[in-house]
Write a protein that binds this ligand. Structure first.
Ligand SMILES: [Zn+2]
Length: 657
């Protein structure tokens, strides 16, 4: 299998009306440019979401303006192969507008009986999702035969297969399929689940056709879960344009910490040179794209820059030059990225499927700002590497999760939980009440609720009742637990009583309800701390989390101080006798409607402490120039200062094992 290092992807969905597809295309010149920027793998369209093929097909619909006999895709594969560049074939599977126009009976039917028109981008009729293909209609066999045709005809390195969205369809094919499974087409949840299963079934059939692992093909299905892709595909790809609000700057930090442990195959990090798909006329600043790609590399993901192919074949020198500069810079660090794995202390247990929900976004931001090293894990992961587990806000404990949590605690390890986490599936009691140190008494209906820390802990936050910005639980501390904070009630809840509107609801009296409870190996906050931080990013909520972490993880892998700002990100990776600390100092700024990164930000005298876990340090240097910097070792902690940096910085520690 090809192991991609520097990847480019060319989006090319071309309208029927485009009069000159491929008329100015010179595959050798195109491939020469790819060679110039140092790409070793290129994603290129064999079939687009408009339903047009760019390869020499006997089955699909060729784009009508492609010159007769001209094989745009095949020429690209040839010219790239001659220069040692692998090509992955892109085919859109869920969307194929020209086929939908020709075969309306292949379209998805929405539960209201009309042709399904999911408003994915909230942009009305001007959308690639104008029509969607039913994956149980005869379109299914037609699509499979096209994929077989591309597989047999071209020496491609893999397939990127798009738009397995699993939308709800109640066409006769789907209704029949639902009946066979005992599902009810009048129930929304059954229709949605059948849609998901239909997409997965087609992806599985494609996987059986391509047999990616046996045939050494890179295969990924966009729209299928990462877990399913790890099983039926051969690599993972995180598509994320941070400038598109559907993804934003919170998506990659979440997914990278989950994807990197799911597969032995490559993990790609796809960003874009533009602000959005279909945005032909923009070129993001070099620092913006580098931020995305260094972030991915520091998490074991190889870079992939999305571009648009101009349908006529025109080449934008501006793009070639910028991408070339970016890849030239990244390549200088590659010997330290190659084969490196992230080192972490913390496993964060997912409350269900991973996604950009308030708790997980809040948690990722808080832990990242505190420079903690963590993975997201589910019940199918190996939990043994984590000294600390976090159960954020809503992780109730069913049979399998309960057994894993018990095993972790029985091994003498530590656990941090917030909000409803730890309740049994009925939500009536904490499953491990003695370990949590509290008894569940019901919902806390204070709105707004406040808290105060108690005793020595009080000095960690301002001396005043502080708001939590969410609804929590009423609990009762068990004897022997340390109550480190208490809930403060408001005078009255925010509400309207029919005459008066209670908008101003100041804190009244401290209650006996615990806010924060500490035990030897556990820490529990009765409010969903992470969701609260998502709602209003109160730094004092993060101070509460820091206090809990210090109690459970007194010596984290990486420690720093205010010399590294909250918005900077830090990762630790390891390969052989090298341990790398990656620092990223960039700040996306909201300019009007768009989140923009324009410059790398400078820092001086950044102080860091790295836990050695018994290793002996040989030397510490800055990559890529290998400039050594002074260090000290005290106990198990290596301390050093980065004299200056701008944007991305890699510090390498070489140890004797
Ligand atoms: Zn259908």
């Amino acid at each position: 299998m090809h192991h991609p290092k520097f990847v480019l992807f060319f989006d090319n969905h071309t309208m029927k009306a485009c009069p000159d597809v491929g008329h100015n295309y010179h595959a050798d010149e195109f491939a020469q440019n790819l060679k110039e920027v140092g790409a070793d793998l290129v994603g290129f369209h064999a079939k687009c979401n408009q339903g047009f093929c760019y390869y020499d097909t006997q089955i699909g619909v060729r784009h009508p303006s492609l010159p007769a006999g001209f094989d745009l895709f095949g020429e690209t594969v040839r010219a790239c192969k001659e220069r040692g560049i692998a090509v992955s074939a892109y085919l859109n599977c869920g969307l194929s507008n020209e086929d939908a126009v020709r075969h309306p009976e292949w379209c998805m039917i929405s539960p209201d009986g009309t042709i399904l028109h999911p408003d994915v981008y909230n942009i009305g009729w001007v959308t690639p999702y104008m029509r969607t293909m039913c994956l149980n209609s005869p379109y299914r066999e037609y699509l499979l035969s096209m994929i077989r045709e591309v597989r047999d005809k071209y020496p491609v390195a893999g397939f990127l297969l798009d738009s397995f969205n699993g939308f709800p369809c109640i066409c006769p094919h789907c209704v029949e399929g639902m009946r066979k499974r005992g599902m009810d087409c009048r129930k929304k949840e059954d229709v949605l689940e059948f849609g998901r299963l239909s997409a997965l079934r087609l992806a599985t059939d494609i996987s059986d056709l391509l047999r990616p692992k046996e045939n050494g093909l890179l295969v990924y299905f966009l729209g299928i879960s990462a877990r399913d892709n790890a099983r039926i595909g051969s690599y993972l790809e995180c598509e994320c344009l941070p400038t598109n609000p559907c993804w934003g700057y919170d998506y990659l930090p979440l997914m990278s910490r989950y994807y990197r442990n799911l597969t032995d195959g490559p993990v790609l990090n796809m960003t874009g040179r533009f602000y959005d798909w279909g945005d032909f006329g923009s070129l993001r600043p070099q620092a913006a794209v580098e931020y995305d790609l260094f972030f991915g590399l520091a998490n074991g993901m190889r870079p992939n820059i999305g571009d648009h192919f101009h349908p006529r074949g025109d080449i934008s020198r501006g793009v070639v030059e910028r991408v070339g500069k970016i890849y030239e810079k990244l390549r200088k660090y590659d010997e330290w990225f190659e084969g490196a794995k992230n080192r972490v202390d913390i496993g964060v247990v997912l409350p269900g499927a991973i996604g950009k929900n308030p708790s997980l976004v809040g948690l990722t931001r808080m832990l990242s700002e505190l420079k903690m090293q963590f993975d997201f894990i589910d019940e199918d992961c190996d939990w043994s590497p984590y000294s600390l587990l976090i159960l954020p806000d809503r992780v109730t404990l069913n049979g399998k999760l309960a057994a894993l949590v018990k095993k972790h605690l029985d091994a003498g390890r530590t656990l941090l939980a917030t909000g409803r986490s730890g309740l049994n599936p009925e939500g009536s009691a904490f499953l491990f009440e003695p370990e949590w140190g509290v008894k569940y008494r019901g919902e806390c209906d204070y709105s707004p609720a406040y808290f105060r820390l108690t005793g020595d802990f009080a000095a960690r936050v301002p001396d005043m009742p502080l708001a939590v910005y969410t609804a929590g639980l009423r609990t009762e501390a068990l004897p022997g637990s340390t109550v480190a904070g208490k809930v403060v009630a408001p005078y009255y809840n925010k509400h309207w009583d029919g005459i008066y509107s209670y908008f101003y609801a100041p804190p009244d009296k401290e209650t006996e309800l615990p806010f924060l409870v500490l035990n030897d190996r556990t820490a529990y906050c009765a409010f969903p701390l992470f969701e609260g931080y998502y709602n209003l990013a109160s730094v004092d909520l993060r101070n509460v989390l820091a206090l809990m972490l210090e109690h459970l993880l007194p010596s984290p892998l990486l420690k720093t101080d205010s010399s590294l700002p909250s918005f900077a990100r830090a990762f630790v990776t390891e390969a052989g006798n090298r341990r790398m600390v990656h620092l990223l100092n960039y700040l996306p700024e909201l300019r009007g409607k768009a989140l923009i990164v324009e410059e790398e930000l400078p820092l001086v005298n950044v102080k860091l402490g790295l836990r050695l876990d018994g290793a002996t340090v040989d030397k510490v240097y800055l990559a890529p120039e290998k400039r050594e910097i002074p260090f000290t070792v005290s106990g198990d902690i290596l301390s050093f200062t980065v004299p200056e940096m701008r944007g991305y910085c890699m510090v390498v520690t070489e140890v004797k094992k």
